[in-house]
Design a protein. Structure first.
Lengths: 112, 116
C-alpha cells in the first residue's frame, strides 16, 4: 500500500517555465489537497478537491491550476514559475470530512 | 475564519525532561484539532486528534494533548523527552461541522530540539 505518492522529489525551474507536480493516492480517498510549506508559515492550502471533477481554491491559489479527472490523481500545475513559488509542496488525501490527512513526502521546488 | 497560533518557533529540552508545545486556536464553530509531526525530509504524520469526545487525547509515541475550550488551547505534552522526538510539530484545526473536506488550517510550526 503506497499511500500518497508525489513526484518529482526535487525540481529546479527557471522563472517563466511551467511544470506539473504529480500526486497519486491508492486509498480511494475522496478528498485531496495541495499545501505549500514555507519557513515560519506552516502549511498553507493551495487547492483542494472533494471528488473527481470537483476542485476549489484554498488560501493561496494564484499561479497554480489543478484538475481531478480520476479519484486517484490530483496534479498541480505551475503556469509560469516565479521565485515566490520556491517552496516545499505537499499533497494530502482524506477519506472523511473529519480532517485527518495522509501526506506525501513532498516536492522541493526551487525557482531561479 | 479559523486560525492557529503556536507559541515558540523553537523549543529545546534535555532528554528525559517534560515536553510542552503550546497551541491556541480561533474558530467560530466547534473545532476538530490535530497535532502532526514532521521528521526531516518527510511528510507530516498524525500524532493525535481531538474530535469532541474526551478532552484529554492520547496519541502515539507517548504524546498527549488536552482540549481546553475556556482557554481555546490544545497544548501538546510528553512527560519524558527522547532523542527521537526531535522534529517539527504542527498544530492544526478544521471545521467540526462536517464541511472541512480534508482542509486544515495549520499553525506556524515548532521545532523541538532534544539535548543529551
Amino acid at each position: 500500500n503506497a499511500g500518497v505518492t508525489q513526484t518529482p522529489k526535487f525540481q529546479v525551474l527557471k522563472t517563466g517555465q511551467s511544470m506539473t507536480l504529480q500526486c497519486a493516492q491508492d486509498m480511494n480517498h475522496e478528498y485531496m489537497s495541495w499545501y505549500r510549506q514555507d519557513p515560519g508559515m506552516g502549511l498553507r492550502l493551495i487547492h483542494y478537491s472533494v471528488g473527481a471533477g470537483i476542485t476549489d481554491q484554498g488560501e493561496v491559489p494564484n499561479g497554480y491550476n489543478v484538475s481531478r479527472s480520476t479519484t486517484e490523481d490530483f496534479p498541480l500545475r505551475l503556469l509560469s514559475a516565479a521565485p515566490s513559488q520556491t517552496s516545499v509542496y505537499f499533497c494530502a488525501s482524506s477519506y472523511s470530512t473529519n480532517g485527518r490527512l495522509h501526506f506525501g513526502n513532498g516536492t522541493r521546488l526551487t525557482v531561479t | 475564519a479559523q486560525s492557529v497560533t503556536q507559541l515558540g518557533s523553537h523549543v529545546s529540552v534535555s532528554e528525559g525532561a517534560l515536553v510542552l508545545l503550546r497551541c491556541n486556536y480561533s474558530s467560530s464553530v466547534p473545532p476538530y484539532l490535530f497535532w502532526y509531526v514532521q521528521y526531516p525530509n518527510q511528510g507530516l504524520q498524525l500524532l493525535l486528534k481531538y474530535t469532541s469526545a474526551a478532552t484529554l487525547v492520547k496519541g502515539i509515541n507517548g504524546f498527549e494533548a488536552e482540549f481546553k475550550k475556556s482557554e481555546t488551547s490544545f497544548h501538546l505534552t510528553k512527560p519524558s523527552a527522547h532523542m527521537s522526538d526531535a522534529a517539527e510539530y504542527f498544530c492544526a484545526v478544521s471545521d467540526a461541522g462536517g464541511t472541512s473536506y480534508g482542509k486544515l488550517t495549520f499553525g506556524q510550526g515548532t521545532i523541538l530540539t532534544v539535548h543529551p
